[in-house]
Design a protein around this ligand. Structure first.
Ligand SMILES: NC(=O)c1ccc[n+]([C@@H]2O[C@H](COP(=O)([O-])OP(=O)(O)OC[C@H]3O[C@@H](n4cnc5c(N)ncnc54)[C@H](OP(=O)(O)O)[C@@H]3O)[C@@H](O)[C@H]2O)c1
Length: 324
């Protein structure tokens, strides 16, 4: 495994993080079963034994079951805690929370942030989080109020560092006006297929339509020492699994990944992740498979170094034409 030193912190994180979203298996209010906890231990320990020391959670993942399952592991093996960097997120509230009829929404109120962290700490069986992220931008957020919540959590020793997820450059600027702590991460969807953060920079001022503008967020993060974490870095297996319905371009890209994997004695998953790792921003892909075999296939990415030519070959192929 390779590691990044996260700027402005004492954190040394594995270049691949492990996403714990699906550890709890079912997105409903059902309770955890013993077999879910056993599977969690296998997935997490496989990642850990590959050198992954960074684990990404959110309060809502499988309605809290993913944090509970992870917490069971920490409860059984307390010595793991010091060797792991644990991040969770808050701010999304499901429909019917806290009472029937409450709408699905975002909530960056101080009261919700503090309560959410306290509940995550209980579920994870730990007394501190290394990192807390705001999950999705809340249009009703009051940065001054978030600042109060962060100060309370930090001074109580409950959260060491703060970051955001799915935020634009300007939204981060707005938060920074009031928050006294550095924003160290921005976790965003980013992979070879969902490549807007990179693609928009290339297509600036061209006569093409870009489905979603990120307003220079990748460059902004580089300029401001904010490490970009890539969620769904394997596009949920779209290019690397059989049985997924694919467009012509996706089939071609998938075949290119396969060919590169053969020539580099690696795996298509590793090639796809190495496309992110090759970017000089120092992107941290957060892989989410629960299968041990797939975790091992993904971790081979740290042994792959794509050339400039290979990186652009993949980009041209997934876009379906040569760059301008
Ligand atoms: N901040 C946000 O808004 C946000 C949103 C979504 C996710 N996340 C974070 O990002 C992490 C990763 O997201 P993700 O799970 O979508 O990432 P991913 O690594 O792109 O995809 C993993 C998912 O794809 C499936 N899959 C199918 N074929 C696969 C293959 N060949 N290799 C690997 N996986 C394959 C996996 O199922 P199996 O388990 O059966 O292998 C799993 O459900 C999450 O765990 C979470 O921590 C954050």
């Amino acid at each position: 495994m390779n590691y990044y030193e996260v700027k402005g912190t004492d954190l040394k994180v594995s270049v691949l993080g492990y996403g714990c979203m699906n550890l709890g298996q079912r997105w409903d209010q059902s309770v955890l079963e013993d077999k879910d906890i056993e599977r969690t231990k296998e997935s997490v320990m496989t990642a850990f034994e590959q050198g992954i020391n960074f684990f990404d959670h959110a309060d809502i993942y499988t309605y809290g079951k993913s944090e509970v399952a992870f917490g069971e592991l920490l409860g059984e093996e307390p010595s793991l805690r010091q060797q792991m960097i644990i991040q969770t997120k808050c701010g999304i509230r499901f429909q019917d929370d806290p009472k029937p009829g409450s709408p699905h929404r975002y909530d960056f109120s101080a009261q919700h942030i503090v309560r959410s962290v306290n509940e995550s700490l209980d579920r994870l069986q730990t007394d501190y989080l290394d990192v807390l992220l705001l999950h999705r931008p809340d249009p009703l957020c009051e940065p001054e109020e978030i600042a109060l919540a962060f100060a309370e959590l930090h001074s109580a020793g409950k959260v060491r560092y703060f970051g955001v997820s799915n935020h634009t450059a300007m939204q981060i600027e707005l938060l920074k006006k009031s928050i006294d702590y550095p924003i160290i991460f921005n976790q965003v969807e980013l992979n070879l297929v969902h490549n807007q953060l990179i693609y928009e920079g290339i297509h600036f001022n061209q006569n093409v339509s870009i489905p979603s503008l990120t307003h220079g967020t990748l460059d902004y993060c580089r300029l401001n020492d904010i490490t970009v974490q890539a969620w769904s870095p394997l596009a949920k297996g779209l290019l690397t699994s059989d049985g997924m319905s694919k467009s012509e371009i996706e089939i071609e890209t998938s075949e290119l990944l396969e060919d590169m994997a053969v020539s580099k004695h690696s795996t298509p998953e590793a090639i796809m992740l190495s496309w992110l790792l090759r970017h000089p921003a120092g992107i941290q892909p957060i892989i989410g498979t629960t299968k041990a075999r797939r975790i091992l296939d993904a971790c081979k990415a740290v042994k792959v170094q794509l050339t400039r030519e290979e990186w652009y070959h993949l980009l041209n192929t997934v876009i379906g034409k040569n760059l301008p």
